[in-house]
Design a protein around this ligand. Structure first.
Ligand SMILES: Cc1cc2nc3c(=O)[nH]c(=O)nc-3n(C[C@H](O)[C@H](O)[C@H](O)COP(=O)(O)O)c2cc1C
Length: 201
C-alpha cells in the first residue's frame, strides 16, 4: 500500500470508529442484515483476538418466531426479582424482546478450552468480537447497540436460553436500520485514560 493510500485508510478507519454510536433497540427498525450480511458480521467477530484460540464466546440469535418466548423470559426474570411487578412493568419487560430486526445474546463460557485463560480475558475477547460486528454493521449502513440488565443473570432466563452453568449472558446486541438518532455522546479525553508509568501527574 502506498503512503497516500495508507494515510487515507488511517483517516477513514479513525473516522469510522469515532462515528460509531449506540443506537438503542427501540430506534432500530427493519430491514436488518440479510443472511449473507449476517455471515459477514460473524466473520468479523471471528477476527477478534482470542488467547489460545479457545473461542470462548458465542452469539445466540433470537429469530422472529422466538421473540415472544424471549419476552416471556424477560417477564419471568422480572417476577423472579420482584414478585409484585405490575402488569405494566411486565409488559415493558416483554416488549424488550420485540425490538430491532436482528437480536442476539452474547454469551461467554468461562470453562471452554484452556483453563489458563481466565474470565476477564474471555470477556475481553467477546468485547473485541462484538465491536468488530458493530463496526462492520455500521459499514453496511445499519445501527447497533448493546443492552444488558438484571434479567441476563436470572436463573429462569439462563435456564430458558439453555445456558450451561459455566456460561454467562453478557449483553444483547441489536442491529437494524436506524429510525432516529440521539446526539453523539462526548468521548473521554485521551488524558483521562492514559498515563506514562513513572510520571507523577
Ligand atoms: C456490555 C455493555 C452493556 C450495555 N448495556 C446498555 C444498556 O443496557 N442500556 C443502554 O442504554 N446502553 C447500554 N450500553 C451502551 C452504553 O451506554 C454506551 O456505549 C455508552 O453510553 C457510550 O455511548 P456510545 O456507544 O454511543 O459511544 C452498554 C454497553 C456495553 C459495553
Amino acid at each position: 500500500m502506498s503512503e497516500i493510500e495508507n494515510d487515507n485508510v488511517t483517516r477513514l478507519a479513525s473516522q469510522w470508529m469515532a462515528s460509531r454510536q449506540t443506537v438503542l433497540p427501540k430506534r432500530l427498525v427493519a430491514p436488518g442484515p440479510s443472511a449473507a450480511e449476517l455471515d459477514q458480521l460473524f466473520q468479523a467477530a471471528a477476527a477478534a483476538p482470542d488467547h489460545d484460540l479457545i473461542n470462548p464466546w458465542r452469539f445466540l440469535i433470537i429469530p422472529e418466531h422466538k421473540r415472544l418466548d424471549l419476552g416471556e423470559l424477560f417477564a419471568a426474570a422480572l417476577l423472579e426479582r420482584d414478585p409484585s411487578a405490575s402488569p405494566d412493568q411486565l409488559a415493558q419487560a416483554r416488549d424488550k424482546a420485540l425490538r430491532a430486526p436482528l437480536l442476539m445474546v452474547l454469551i461467554v463460557d468461562e470453562a471452554k478450552g484452556s483453563a489458563e485463560i481466565d474470565l476477564l480475558e474471555r470477556v475481553l475477547s467477546a468485547g473485541c468480537a462484538v465491536q468488530n460486528v458493530m463496526l462492520l454493521a455500521q459499514a453496511m449502513g445499519y445501527g447497533s447497540g448493546l443492552t444488558s440488565g438484571k434479567a441476563l443473570k436470572a436463573a429462569s432466563f439462563r435456564a430458558g436460553l439453555g445456558l450451561n452453568p459455566s456460561e454467562h449472558a453478557i449483553c444483547c446486541l441489536s442491529v437494524g436500520t436506524v429510525s432516529s438518532r440521539k446526539p453523539f455522546k462526548a468521548r473521554p479525553e485521551v488524558a483521562q485514560f492514559t498515563r506514562v508509568w513513572g510520571d507523577s501527574t
